[in-house]
Design a protein around this ligand. Structure first.
Ligand code: URA
Length: 263
């Protein structure tokens, strides 16, 4: 309990302190500097202990990794029709290409046609219109098909390896191709063409497991259990008109095979 000083005693005490050299009143109570130091030490130690406990705690479990190919296989397996497949692809969220594209480019032409063309990836025009091969390369493709009596309006079905335009028209990456491959395989299975035209290196990589279109072109092979003709891409023909001769030969081989089906 504090005892109150009377005025005279307090005055005498003050005078005595001034005598001793005290010239400033800082606080009305004494401060125990030893206790302050001790409290600061204890606080610092408690903080250290807290940090040590946090460091020793087990790291939170990593986010579960999504297997995009397995997800695509599951979604493709569940699609029983071309419409259902298109819807499943539209709902698929595990391919980065989707983020940068305007539209899902699914198909054009006649479902169930004897000839199915598999191109590489949509470009700017295809992304805008939501249909494969509608730009310059597509116009050349239409002329090539017309030269052997085919058209997308009547006798050809067309799709691509990936349904979304890659940014800056870069090639689709191997992992993007692998992710979308289950959808392409199901697309072919549902469209049931008699033969495939595998157009360009990306398509050869996806369906034949190899690149090197200038070596592969012109020789019938098998893809997805049906005859497949690898052909150079019409975009390549636009840059290299001299290659049109070989492309013409390949088109004639397709025409001959088609005729052999009906004869
Ligand atoms: N090139 C392709 O391979 N596909 C298209 O749809 C357009 C250009």
């Amino acid at each position: 309990m504090e005892s109150a000083l009377d005025w005279h005693t307090a005055h005498a005490l003050l005078a005595w302190q001034m005598e001793l050299g005290v010239d400033e009143a800082i606080s009305d109570r004494p401060v125990d500097r030893f206790a302050v130091e001790q409290a600061a030490k204890e606080q610092a130690e408690a903080k250290k202990a807290q940090v040590a406990v946090a460091r020793a705690a087990p790291a939170p479990p990593p986010e579960p990794q999504i297997d995009a190919v397995a997800e695509a296989e599951k979604a493709a397996r569940g699609a029983a029709s071309l419409d259902a497949l298109q819807a499943a692809m539209g709902a698929f969220e595990h391919c980065e290409l989707k983020r940068g594209a305007r539209s899902l480019v699914f198909c054009d032409g006649v479902p169930g046609a004897k000839v199915m063309i598999v191109g590489e990836a949509p470009g700017r025009d295809e992304d805008r219109q939501g249909k494969p091969f509608v730009g310059k390369a597509g116009q050349l493709l239409d002329k090539m098909l017309a030269a052997i009596g085919l058209s997308r309006a009547e006798s050809v079905y067309i799709t691509n390896v990936v349904p979304w335009r890659p940014p800056q028209n870069r090639d689709p990456r191997p992992e993007e191709i692998a992710t979308m491959l289950p959808f392409l395989r199901k697309h072919i299975a549902l469209a049931k063409p008699e033969m495939l035209i595998v157009m360009g290196n990306i398509s050869c990589q996806a369906l034949l497991g190899k690149r090197g279109i200038t070596r592969l072109r012109g020789t019938w092979t098998k893809a997805e259990d049906r005859p497949a003709m690898p052909m150079v891409h019409p975009a390549y023909l636009l840059r290299t008109p001299a290659a049109k001769r070989e492309a013409w030969a390949d088109l004639l081989a397709v025409k001959a095979r088609l005729e052999s089906l009906t004869s």
